[in-house]
Write a protein that binds this ligand. Structure first.
Ligand code: ADP
Ligand code: ZN
Length: 723
């Protein structure tokens, strides 16, 4: 008799807190990690063998596993990682597994092997749906019917219909291209002494083949990227895989090309824009070990890594690493967890590290590598000057103070480039009726509609609701008395065009993010085709505009005016980053920050270029209030279609808060965003000291709570959003 298991626990990619048991039919051999098909209700689903079940309950009739899928097993590291995350974020473990299986084609035995490109025949009639399909198909990349349909947002039947008529031509899809082997030596720069010392420390961390976290803390342009490339090279020389994790918006084509140049091989890409077939290739490459360098966004952590030896998290301070819907996890923090479970080094890099990481460095939990100098011609960091909006105010209805306008004039006259920064898309954030005072709000959210003048629309930036710009007040009916209040970048553009009619100007925001519009605008900007750039946060990082010498921050206080406990830190990071865009070329740079709070410690430290001063202020504030990283927080968000229903539910929850001297529960109260997409929201905020096991408090509290009907309860451990 063999001791092969006859019953196994199987984890399914659904919101289930545990495994289901299945019997193993006699002809099958399965082991932990194997991907299998199992029956579930009336369907089949993919699952993963999680472990043996030594004592099957004798009287239970288990359903058998249907088939084993021919794939490398889900690695043990990934399985432990999944369990760790589920426990930490109080999330059903099946939901975490689902993050690992977002490549349906990989598990499908009947993989589509035909791709479609545009064919020679015109279709008999052109519907908008067909037009969209043909537009995508004309890009020339053969796509599966399902991919083509998804990209054109039509049903798959539309694709098949066009194919039958010959308007689409089927071609056999080639097998996946192999991954090019990276060259660790590749194209290296000669490191300066400061960089060389930093690189040496990282190489040692990699050589130790054990867990460590190193924070590379270096001003913009100091060569952090060149330095962590050396760590990646060291891990590649060990034959291991490397993950370079970036916030999605920093994952640009030009950055990927830089990685490709350095290692003389195209890296694998993993982010929301990667097509299905390519995702399958990368997933399989991660599983086989063939994909050596993966440049990815958050979810790349959940690839089935066979032999991961290093994770680099660039821009580690970015709040975008926090996933805010579905499973709420922080990818930087989870990169550190994955490194510790897998016993390999993690490198965090930033010009403006998070207070969390700096405190960890101060406590000697992280190694701290500092790069003080910009590499290259311009060594100085641009100077920052404050413009006091209380004394040097712009005229009413204008947003650029005379001081800023004079500086712009001077720079433009010298043929230099100017960037105006305002983190607000559209024309005006609020439309007000002068007759009755009505403010136009989103029908689904507690948010004002933002006027987008070029599109002639009012948009909700929370739910995407849009309606045509009005001339008549929806409340009192007065005609022609609606006024836009406050500026967005479109309105700034209007003001700047009036002041500098000769200047070549462009707007840079995610509104351009269709096709290659944005990419082209950014590259034109970098080549100096514009005198004047007006942009949102999108331009604040990563981009290199050699001719840029003046940055004007239109509203330095914008990010400060929120309830976020990290508002100060965010403001500092954004302002430091956007100021760092100036003076990266031959000529020195200068940043002017318009503010109503020039006396604020943050503004003072910014003007003095004194980061330590800001940090010690920030540390004191947060330590006193027991805010992260000195305390722990969790948000509990209840929502429902009906306002009374969620209120009753949350008040009932409040009555069962476990007694604890260590944990403070604030609320329940209506959330600042009390209505989102038609759902009414209430919140608790839970706060405790660092040493408290918050998870066990929360699970005691919420055990057995089952929201019914339209009620939903979400737990947000280590929240970044407080809305
Ligand atoms: P950071 O990541 O700190 O912003 P980068 O690594 O991107 O800095 O370096 C900024 C620019 O300077 C890049 O174009 C980079 O290739 C270049 N650079 C940095 N260090 C060196 C060096 N030692 N020799 C040549 N070029 C360098
Ligand atoms: Zn809305």
């Amino acid at each position: 008799m063999s001791d092969r298991p006859t019953t196994v626990d199987v984890l399914l990619p659904y919101a289930l807190a545990g495994c289901y048991s299945y019997s193993v039919p006699p002809h099958l051999e399965v082991a932990a990690g194997d991907f299998i098909h199992v029956p579930l209700g009336t369907r089949h689903t993919v699952g993963v063998v999680w472990g043996d079940r030594p004592q099957p309950s004798a009287n239970l009739k288990l359903r058998p596993i249907a088939a084993r899928i021919e794939l490398p097993p889900l690695p043990e590291l990934t399985r432990r990682f999944i369990e760790w995350i589920a426990a930490y974020y109080l999330e059903p473990v099946g939901n975490i597994l689902r993050l690992c299986l977002r490549v349906p084609g990989v598990f499908d035995a009947r993989r589509e092997t035909i791709g479609y490109v545009a064919g020679p025949v015109e279709p008999d009639r052109l519907t908008p749906q067909r037009t969209r399909v043909l537009e995508v198909a004309r890009q020339g990349v053969p796509l599966r019917a399902s991919e083509l349909a998804a990209e054109a947002a039509v049903g798959v039947g539309v694709v098949h219909g066009l194919a039958r008529q010959g308007a689409l031509r089927g071609v056999a899809l080639s097998p996946f291209l192999p991954f090019a082997a990276p060259d660790a030596l590749g194209h290296r720069v000669a490191l300066n002494p400061e960089q060389a010392a930093a690189a040496e420390q990282l190489r040692q961390a990699v050589a130790a083949r054990s867990f460590s976290v190193t924070l590379i803390d270096g001003v913009t342009g100091s060569g952090k990227t060149e330095v962590y490339f050396e760590a990646m090279a060291a891990a590649l020389s060990q034959g291991r895989q490397v993950l370079l994790l970036l916030p999605e918006i920093a994952l640009t084509q030009s950055f990927l090309e830089r990685v490709e140049r350095r290692f003389r091989a195209q890296p694998a890409e993993w982010h929301s824009g990667v097509r299905q077939r390519e995702r399958e290739r990368v997933w399989l490459g991660a599983a086989s070990g063939a994909a050596k360098v993966v440049v990815g966004a958050r979810s790349a952590l959940f690839l089935p890594w066979r032999n991961l030896g290093l994770i680099v998290v660039d821009e580690e301070h970015e709040p975008a690493f926090k996933q805010e819907d579905g499973v709420r996890y922080h990818a930087r923090d989870m990169a550190v967890v994955l490194g510790s479970l897998g016993r390999f080094p993690v490198v965090l890099a930033s010009a403006t590290p998070s207070l969390e990481s700096l405190v960890n460095a101060g406590r000697q939990r992280y190694r701290h590598v500092v790069l003080r100098h910009r590499h290259g011609v311009r060594k100085e960091i641009p100077s920052v000057e404050l413009i006091d909006l209380r004394t040097a105010a712009p005229e009413p209805g204008r947003w650029l103070s005379p001081t800023l306008v004079a500086a712009m004039q001077e720079a433009i006259a010298k043929g230099e480039q100017v960037l105006l920064f305002l983190n607000r898309r559209g024309y005006a954030p609020l439309t007000l009726c002068r007759a009755c005072g009505h403010r136009i709000e989103c029908p689904n959210c507690s948010a004002w509609l933002v006027e987008h003048r070029f599109k002639r629309q009012l948009l909700c930036h929370h739910c995407g609701h849009q309606q045509a710009t009005a001339t008549r007040c929806p409340d009192c009916g007065a005609e022609g008395l609606l006024v836009p209040c406050g500026p967005g970048i479109e309105r700034l553009a209007e003001e700047a065009a009036g002041l500098f009619p000769e200047a070549a100007m462009t707007l840079l925001s995610s509104d351009l993010n269709r096709g290659s519009l944005l990419k082209d605008a950014l590259s034109d900007a970098a080549q100096g085709r514009y005198n004047l750039l007006i942009g949102t946060q999108l331009v604040a990082k990563g981009h290199h505009f050699p001719g840029l010498t003046l940055v004007g921050v239109v509203d330095g206080d914008l990010a400060l005016e929120t309830i976020d406990p990290r508002a100060g830190e965010r403001t500092w990071q954004i302002l430091a980053q956007v100021a760092g865009r100036a003076g990266r070329g031959e000529r020195p740079g200068r940043a002017l920050v318009q503010t109503h709070l020039p006396g604020h410690p943050l503004m003072q430290a910014l003007a003095a270029g004194d980061r330590d001063r800001f940090l010690s202020h920030e540390r004191r504030v947060r330590e006193a209030a027991l805010l992260p990283p000195f305390g722990r927080l969790a948000g509990i968000i209840g929502s429902a279609r009906d306002a009374g229903e969620v209120e009753r539910f949350m008040r009932a929850l409040a009555r069962r808060v476990p007694v604890s001297r260590e944990v403070t529960v604030l609320g329940p109260a209506p959330a600042p965003m009390a209505l989102v997409q038609g759902r009414h929201r209430w919140r608790f905020l839970v706060r405790a000291g660092r040493e408290v096991n918050l998870q066990s408090f929360l699970s005691d509290w919420l055990k057995g709570v089952e929201p019914r009907g339209s009620l939903k309860l979400e737990v947000d451990v280590d929240p970044y959003s407080f809305l």
